[in-house]
Ligand binder design. Structure first.
Ligand code: PHB
Length: 357
């Protein structure tokens, strides 16, 4: 896949789907508006009903969801872009109200501390997940593979395996949550097993050139942490290197940004870059200058931008021209409908037309 430049759209949860969690024409317009990204990475998308943890997030496990994503892929392609759909299972970051009363699953029965927000807005105490039984793990791997197949059926150019930010795969990777004593816990190699199996399955399904993996070695989002992120994530990069992936996506932000390494952690991305010989994408608080410096300095080949793309659908053009960057309105990040979603104007060119789907 050859790309026009190095500015990717980072995955951004926007919570705009209806109860069926099907991407709509509004989603197609939103992504088409951002199709000038080198890669347009979708918001996190559930692989199965048990993977749900938030209101309004899309899925990729029903026929109508596949049709919804097909509209998105067609719209992105009509604007000359490339769509990767991010495959997501939240694991313990859920609540029985999202799961028809079932208990969320994780690597271990370690609960989030504090409260979680229900669909109706009420805050309730987080619920302890149950540890997946050994024979359930291949079923979840299969759900990732099925969702990847669905992404291909929808006409996406690829999938990104979401192994970051304290969601299910990360709950296996990091020893702050993974307390298992079987083949999926203990050593870094064992904790990497689930990611390796998911990657293997998805690569077999789609072909390695259509698969990216996202990791966040040093953030503590969703109360995740590891006692030795350098060892774990350098080994993760080495392990993934064997798959000849489309890219490795590393969320480790610049100092001072919300995804900067947690206190006491030094950046791991440089040693991951050395361990992974393929294309590396970096993400987290970059702007045009710091992103440029990261590429020139050899840390990454691509830079993903999330927040800057919200209010600047034509961000690559603005960066190229050194044009002003519009600040987003944080109050509408997770609002309803077009408000703060598809109503940010591009600088120059006309709105993408979706008249023919
Ligand atoms: C979120 O919905 O808040 C969210 C989803 C995926 C992420 C991070 C945050 O990786």
């Amino acid at each position: 896949m050859s790309l026009p430049h190095r500015v990717a759209l980072a995955p951004l949860t926007r919570c705009r789907t209806a109860a069926d969690r099907v991407p709509s024409d509004l989603h197609a317009l939103y992504y088409a508006q951002r199709a000038s990204a080198a890669i347009t990475i979708s918001e996190a998308t559930q692989i199965s009903p048990m993977g749900i943890g938030y209101p309004g997030t899309p899925g990729l496990h029903t026929e109508s969801q596949v049709q919804g994503w097909k509209r998105v892929a067609d719209a992105v392609h009509a604007c000359g872009g490339r769509l990767f759909i991010q495959l997501w299972h939240v694991g313990r970051v859920s609540h029985p109200t999202w799961l028809d009363g079932e208990t969320p699953v994780s690597s271990s029965a370690v609960a989030l501390r504090g409260e979680t927000r229900l669909a109706n807005g009420t805050l309730v105490p987080a619920v302890a997940p149950r540890a997946l039984a050994l024979d359930e793990i291949p079923l979840i791997t299969r759900d990732y593979v099925t969702a990847a197949r669905n992404a291909m059926l929808a006409g996406a150019d690829g999938v990104e395996i979401h192994a970051a930010n304290g969601y299910l795969i990360d709950q296996f990777l990091r020893d702050g949550v993974n307390h298992r004593r079987d083949a999926y816990g203990g050593s870094a190699t064992n904790r990497l097993r689930f990611l390796r199996e998911v990657t293997e399955g998805v690569v077999d399904e789609c072909g390695s050139a259509r698969v990216g993996v996202r990791l966040s070695p040093t953030n503590r989002f969703n109360q995740i942490w590891d006692s030795n992120p350098h060892e774990l994530f350098t080994l993760a990069a080495q392990t993934l290197d064997a798959f000849d992936l489309a890219y490795l996506h590393i969320l480790e932000g610049v100092a001072g940004s919300m995804s900067a390494p947690a206190e006491g952690c030094t950046p791991v991305a440089p040693s991951m870059r050395k361990a992974f010989r393929g294309t590396v994408m970096i993400n987290g608080g970059y702007d045009a200058q710091t992103g440029d410096a990261a590429v020139r300095g050899g840390l990454a080949d691509l830079v993903a931008y999330g927040i800057p793309f919200i209010a600047n659908p034509d961000l690559p053009l603005r960066y190229r021209l050194g044009a002003p960057i519009t600040p987003p309105n944080q109050a509408t990040w997770y609002a309803q409908g077009a408000n703060g979603y598809t109503d940010y104007a591009p600088m120059m060119h006309a709105e993408p037309s979706l008249a023919n789907g």
